[in-house]
Design a protein around this ligand. Structure first.
Ligand code: BGC
Length: 375
């Protein structure tokens, strides 16, 4: 195997999202998941990993595995349960957690939208309503004001492309409104929401670094012919690049969530196979943005033996991409702990730890790589 090499201060972490681990939530997803048929195993996020109460244990898991970074989301519906009312107790609870992370030399990266909305925002149409742009920017500015001194890295929106696709085009996720018109509206409003959030966050604290966690799929042409090449280029532009291009001036770093890769061909089937070194390919392509890059999510629900190989193999691709000039600053495995996997309920397990916080062997494999590479 290629000898791993990572820059000094490289972030080795894991990622989670509030709705998937915290439990006890009252937002649009919590309402939606209770409707029969919406979640495959008929279970809800009601308790999940109970991280709202057990967050200290989560930090211990990070510590025990020698990780030096943690990406998580702050839940808008908790902070601002009614318009304009910012709950000081909730802010205090997140502050305690962030302080504890920093005390333990674990760099926090905070997401502000990871697929869930306060009910009052959902009830005006969520991101399909232009008012949500201002509400979101106000929330983002307030968060930068509250936490800007202790959190530098912000992956403001998580996967707008996935959110629109699943929420409006396929419509098997909340809000589950099958409409291309609404989906396209929400997509463009998310572009504006990012831009407005950038402005209000910088105003609140110029020190914050504003980024995104964009789901990117590696596409390569299956053959050398011009049709395959054009089609795979088009797929990259639509899925990976369009949104980023529109907000490029409002990005201090690029966060990439990577799960899928395809070979593309003009004849049927259009998607004809997977790419062996897809992460490497994605990272080399992403150099074009001339931004610091973080792999903000990358994970697998496969059996743990495969997860171990997955982590080893992917970190090796990362190291190669760095050697070939990618300005990669960190890697966040998805996920720290098994959790509520949206419409799949608890049937997909991505965790380095199970939901009772027991480490899998892959957690030890990751720890070993981290320790060998952070000297
Ligand atoms: C999302 C996570 C999700 C993961 C695994 C990503 O698209 O950001 O919330 O759990 O994929 O499916």
């Amino acid at each position: 195997m290629h000898k791993l090499k990572f820059p000094k201060n490289f972030l080795f972490g894991a990622a989670t999202a509030a709705h998937q681990i915290e439990g006890h939530l009252n937002n649009d997803w919590a309402r939606w998941e209770k409707i029969p048929g919406n979640v495959s195993d008929h279970r809800t996020s009601e308790i999940s990993a109970d991280s709202w109460n057990k967050w200290r244990q989560d930090i211990r898991l990070l510590k025990n595995t020698s990780q030096n970074a943690y990406r998580f989301s702050i839940e808008w519906s908790r902070i601002e349960p009614t318009p304009g009312f910012f709950d000081k107790k909730v802010i205090g609870r997140y502050r305690e957690m962030i302080d504890e992370l920093n005390k333990n030399n674990i760099t926090p990266m905070v997401t502000l939208f990871h697929f869930t909305l306060p009910l009052w925002v959902a009830d005006i149409g969520g991101f399909t309503n232009r008012k949500t742009i201002d509400y979101f920017a106000r929330f983002a500015g307030r968060m930068a004001q509250e936490f800007g001194r202790s959190v530098e890295l912000w992956s403001v929106l998580n996967e707008p492309n996935v959110y629109i696709n699943k929420g409006y085009f396929i419509a098997d996720w909340c809000p589950g409104k099958k409409s291309y018109i609404l989906g396209v509206k929400a997509f463009f409003n998310q572009i504006s929401a990012h831009k407005q959030a950038y402005i209000s966050m910088k105003k609140a604290n110029p020190r914050v670094k504003v980024g995104i966690a964009m789901n990117m799929t590696a596409f390569l042409p299956a053959g050398r012919n011009i049709f395959d090449r054009i089609l795979s280029r088009l797929a990259r532009w639509i899925v990976n690049e369009y949104f980023i291009g529109r907000i490029r001036k409002q990005l201090d770093f690029l966060g990439i969530n990577s799960y899928a890769s395809y070979k593309v061909q003009a004849k049927k089937p259009i998607l004809s196979g997977k790419i062996a070194d897809s992460l490497y390919q994605l990272l080399i392509e992403a150099k074009r943005w001339r931004l610091p890059i973080y792999l903000t999510e990358n994970g697998t629900p496969a059996a743990d033996v495969d997860r171990q190989k997955f982590i080893q193999g992917n970190l090796s691709q990362l190291s190669r991409a760095i050697a070939d000039g990618t300005d990669l600053r960190g890697y966040f495995y998805w996920s720290l702990i098994d959790n509520f996997e949206w419409s799949s309920g608890y049937t997909m397990k991505f965790g380095l730890h199970d939901i009772n916080r027991q480490p899998r062997k892959s957690a030890k494999v990751y720890k070993k790589i981290i320790e060998e590479n952070s000297k």
